[in-house]
Design a protein around this ligand. Structure first.
Ligand code: GDP
Ligand code: MG
Length: 164
């Protein structure tokens, strides 16, 4: 296995922040350097001696909250095709949105393991708000994390690398 983790989710939930944390200080490789596409970047990281590649999706909506069904399908289908584990990121501060439900609907087609990452759980009170995302009805488990301060990311990685 090539140990590929894909991070998907609507704009501004914190995908790129988690991506940067998972790859540490290693340089991310934008695949638009090859001139092929412009919508994702790849980086490399490791956890307890297991090496992996992370794909950050959704760069094509950079600086915008607008995302369309076609882009959701494209982003999720790429993840389903390329990844071994999919991280579906949501935002506990903003709460559950219609766009999150659209992502969940497409992710249901995946036979790859999906974990919901309830991001922006910077405090314990906020972490408790993750429970509303169980209604999405997708994924094996929900992990509350703060991609900003790093809390919860160790527990998430422990679960993810079990697939590698
Ligand atoms: P993306 O569009 O999903 O890639 O989201 P970004 O990584 O660009 O983050 C969107 C915004 O959320 C930025 O202002 C981040 O600083 C902020 N953010 C990301 N992770 C966290 C977090 O764990 N807690 C808080 N409070 N803000 C976060
Ligand atoms: Mg981003």
């Amino acid at each position: 296995s090539s140990n590929i983790i894909a991070i998907v989710g609507r704009p501004n939930v914190g995908k790129s922040t988690l991506f940067n944390r998972l790859i540490g200080h290693r340089k991310a490789i934008m695949d638009n350097e090859s001139g092929v596409t412009r919508d994702r970047s790849y980086g490399h990281g490791q956890w307890i001696g297991k090496y992996f590649t992370v794909i950050d999706t959704g760069g094509y909506v950079h600086g915008s909250d607008d995302i369309f069904e076609e882009e959701i399908n494209k982003q999720v289908e790429l993840a389903i095709k390329e990844a071994d584990v999919i991280l579906f990121m949501v935002d506990v501060d903003a709460g559950l949105t219609g766009l999150d439900e659209e992502f969940a609907n497409v992710l249901r087609r995946s036979d790859k393991p999906v974990y919901i990452v309830a991001n922006k759980a910077d405090t314990t009170a906020r972490a408790h708000q993750m429970s509303e995302f169980y209604s999405l009805g997708v994924g094996e488990e929900i992990y509350p994390v703060s991609s900003q301060n790093g809390s919860g990311t160790g527990e998430l990685l422990d679960a993810v690398v079990k697939h590698f």
